[in-house]
Design a protein around this ligand. Structure first.
Ligand code: SAH
Ligand code: SF4
Ligand code: F3S
Length: 468
């Protein structure tokens, strides 16, 4: 029914690079090192774990700093201009590492380099970059590396493939939280968004492959598993197996073990009552829904090509809350989309008040080359967007605090993430609703479940004490 090939890793290329890394190890008394730097969304985090996994398989040691690495892979994001600028600036800083170590190989991977103009820019202005590798061909890392090691030429072609690679080794950063990509690409073409251009058409992994991966993770003791896709509700569309996302989730929920299942992201136009029912009836499925609204104005939603309006959004939202009173809902909002009037923006604020999200990720609209919105008349001046952005943040802060207030004095189950990065002497973790919780360090290890009684709530965090 579908035209998507299932491809496997090129073992000949892996063996070829292994010969090189073995020789390096024999001469230097240590394995060559790989450093992978990740920008962008969870999908990219998951992709980077595959880049590290392949590098490990080829004999590299994964390290956490670029200095003294023999291979640097920068996994880029193109969602907003800021993300591209940061990646380019960091790649620029690697110039001096290359000067110190002529044998260093630098590869730029991911969403940014699928765009022709960025590949050209890297080729012309960043002569120390050795190769680029687009999102759909990441599993070709062994071939590219083998080629690069055999010859001095730089490799800047990007033949994207409409394929799904299975069996790519994954070097996971955590041993208790895991990402599982269930589908790739996006067909929605929201008018502002670059993703469909850099991630290609939607394609779903076979249910058996996803189920096997989740089973293996649970058996290894993973506690928190997130299913990933740009629009998980499109899972299985056009496939012969006839399983949709709700069906898949139900099958995964039936796996025995002590774990919670999450998923992201859902598109409101495809979020079904069937999915909500599966969530509400599940044993393992977290009561957290990330449902990007983008704008509260029907006129802007239409210009964004989102295919829903406020009423449809609220309809599914109200249904979710009715079925799961403890549900946390988070969302994404863009301010300053072309043509957004003061009245449109007020509609967004009104929707926030009505929807009572637990948290939002908010963004100032960033024009993306090649997308329809970038060509639209009436681009909003920076100062106007910035003012709106401030008002949005202020309102949401109050709403987030109000959403957390009912949790005061409650005892919540928390998955510990270890020492807090901001508060010394404190541990942090997350609840099933994905709320961040801090409590005094009592030696609890990362990856353990604890119960914490909340004695203080803030807009974006909860504080308390572990219950013995
Ligand atoms: N597939 C997901 C998320 C994609 S990117 C979804 O549809 O929800 C994550 C978020 O980045 C989007 O939800 C959107 O809010 C934001 N975003 C995407 N393109 C953007 C742009 N050009 N400028 C500003 N924010 C953007
Ligand atoms: Fe972008 Fe829209 Fe696809 Fe999300 S659904 S990735 S916002 S095009
Ligand atoms: Fe960025 Fe690509 Fe994700 S553009 S947001 S890394 S899909």
């Amino acid at each position: 029914m579908r035209e998507v090939d299932r491809v496997l890793l090129n073992t000949d290329a892996v063996a070829e690079v292994r010969r090189h890394t073995a020789q390096f190890a024999a001469e230097r008394g240590r394995r060559p090192r790989v450093f992978v730097l990740t920008f962008g969304c969870q999908q990219n985090v998951a992709d980077s774990e595959k880049l590290s996994g392949m590098a490990c398989e080829m004999g590299y040691e994964v390290v956490t700093a670029p200095e003294n690495a023999e291979l640097i892979l920068v996994n880029t994001c193109a969602i907003r201009e800021h993300a591209e600028k940061r990646a380019l600036s960091i790649v620029g800083q690697y110039k001096h590492l290359k000067e110190q170590n002529k044998g260093l190989i630098i590869g730029v991977c991911g969403c940014m380099v699928v765009q022709e103009h960025r590949r050209e820019q890297l080729k012309k202005s960043y002569p120390y970059v050795d190769f680029v590798l687009g999102t759909s061909v990441l599993h070709r890392l062994p071939e590219i590396l083998a080629k690069k090691l055999a010859q001095k030429r730089r490799i800047f072609g990007s033949e994207e493939e409409n394929a799904i690679a299975e069996g790519v080794p994954i070097c996971r950063e955590s041993n208790y939280r895991a990402w599982v990509s269930i589908m790739y690409g996006c067909n929605n073409f929201c008018s502002y968004c670059i993703v469909p251009y850099v991630r290609g058409r939607e394609r779903s992994r076979a249910p058996a492959d996803v189920i096997a991966e989740v089973k293996e993770l649970v058996a290894k003791g993973y506690k928190d598993i997130t299913l990933l896709g740009q629009n998980v509700n499109s899972y299985g569309k056009g496939e012969a197996h006839g399983m949709d996302f709700a069906d898949l989730l139900e099958r995964l929920d039936a796996i025995e073990g002590d774990f919670i299942l999450r998923f992201m992201t859902s598109h409101p136009k495809d979020a079904t009552r069937k999915l909500v029912d599966v969530m509400a009836g599940g044993k393992h499925i977290a009561h957290h829904f990330h449902l990007p609204l983008q704008s509260g104005s029907d006129a802007i939603l239409k210009q964004m090509n989102r295919h829903y309006d406020r009423a449809a959004y609220l309809d599914i939202l109200d249904y979710m809350r009715e079925k799961m009173p403890d549900l946390a809902v988070t969302s994404d909002i863009i301010v300053g989309f072309p043509g957004e009037t003061d009245a449109d923006f007020e509609d967004t604020l009104a929707m926030l008040q009505r929807a009572r999200f637990d948290m939002i990720y908010s963004f100032i609209y960033s024009p993306r080359k090649g997308t329809p919105a970038a060509e639209m008349a009436d681009q909003i001046p920076k100062e106007v967007s910035a003012k709106r952005f401030e008002r949005l943040l202020a309102l949401q802060e109050a709403l987030s605090l109000a959403a957390n207030e009912p949790l005061l004095h409650k005892t919540l189950r928390v998955l510990c993430d270890g020492a807090s990065k901001t508060d010394t002497g404190m541990l942090s973790g997350r609840t099933e609703q994905n709320k961040i919780v801090f409590w005094p360090d009592d030696g609890t290890e990362a990856g353990a479940w604890v119960w914490v009684e909340i004695d203080r709530v803030a807009p974006f965090a909860l504080y308390g004490n572990k219950v013995k």
